[in-house]
Design a protein around this ligand. Structure first.
Ligand SMILES: Nc1ncnc2c1ncn2[C@@H]1O[C@H](COP(=O)(O)OP(=O)(O)OP(=O)(O)O)[C@@H](O)[C@H]1O
Ligand SMILES: [Mg+2]
Length: 287
């Protein structure tokens, strides 16, 4: 009961804070193929929002739209009160393909982000020192001189995370950032990210396919499903108070039930989609 009241309090506190991101009636197509149709999404300041959904449903596309790297054909995305169609928002991004500059070492990649952040206010030596600290944070202290071509997938991912952190924005967009990591590094970085969200008051939008990771990290999970009328979303608050104890949470019956609930929503989306395809087949209009 106390837990439920505490959760309700946390949720009410969120509802009172400003929206960091407002995506309004977003329509987006690639070369005439509709990817996102009428998507609405609000993200509160300091919220940790996780996006889930089947491959190809448009999660990365939505992150690119929020970052101002693509423009919606219809609708608007407001970040910090400004339309991302007018000005690309200040945000740290970690994309699926890491997007490190291959001709720069791990350290130089971070220094570049720091240069953009401090705009001449720090000396070269200070920037180098700070870059080293960010790489230490993601346990890459021994690989600062390596170029992306000399790093494993997991190392590149960690360097990309360090760069996004170094950029210092209060908004982080992260597209499956821990997908290629070994379980121990993944756990370490999940906890680091929760600390950053809490202590540095960053708003985080994070994509994952892993339900356990989503539940451990998120304040709220938004699931994408693909129906005949286009992509739609279902938003679910995560009913576990933060800070969370990973071990206790994973062992609890509430966790098992909630996980099932999340997977049911995702599966229902897939089943609806398959049934729609089947109906078309029965009418003789399908394959
Ligand atoms: N540059 C592009 N040009 C044309 N189509 C694209 C482009 N990028 C993505 N798409 C298409 O847009 C759709 C959504 O892609 P997106 O990368 O957003 O999916 P996703 O939900 O992130 O998938 P995943 O979970 O596999 O990463 C896919 O059908 C994909 O083929
Ligand atoms: Mg993607």
């Amino acid at each position: 009961m106390a837990q439920a009241i505490e959760l309700q309090k946390q949720r009410l506190q969120f509802e009172m804070v400003k929206n960091k991101i407002e995506a309004k009636s977003i329509h987006f197509s690639y070369q005439g193929v509709e990817i996102l149709k009428n998507i609405e999404l609000d993200v509160k300041e300091e919220e940790f929002l996780v996006l889930m959904g089947p491959s190809g449903c448009g999660k990365s596309t939505l992150l690119r739209l929020i970052a101002g790297l693509e423009q919606p054909q219809k609708g608007d995305i407001i970040v910090n009160g400004v339309s991302s169609t007018q000005k690309a928002p200040d945000c740290g991004v970690v994309f699926q393909d890491y997007s490190l500059f291959p001709w720069l070492s791990a350290k130089e990649n971070i220094v570049l982000a720091l240069k953009q952040k401090f705009k001449g206010k720090k000396t070269k030596k200070e920037l180098q020192h700070l870059a080293g600290e960010y790489l230490e944070l993601v346990q890459l202290g021994l690989s600062i001189k390596k170029y992306p071509g000399q790093m494993s997938g997991g190392m590149k991912q960690r360097a990309a995370i360090a760069r996004a952190l170094a950029f210092g924005s209060d908004l982080m967009l992260m597209d499956e950032p821990f997908g290629a990591l070994d379980p121990l590094t993944r756990i370490y970085l999940q906890d680091l990210l929760l600390e950053i969200n809490r202590d540095q008051k960053k708003t985080i939008v994070f994509v994952t396919h892993d339900a356990d990771e989503a539940i451990y990290l998120a304040d709220r999970i938004v699931m994408f499903s693909v129906g005949s009328a286009g992509t739609y979303t279902t938003s679910v608050d995560v009913p576990f108070k933060k800070p969370r104890n990973r071990k206790k949470m994973l062992a609890s019956r509430e966790f098992t039930r909630f996980r099932e609930h999340i997977l049911n929503i995702m599966n229902q989306g897939l089943i609806d989609n398959l049934e729609e395809q089947h109906e078309v087949g029965l009418d003789g209009e399908g394959i």
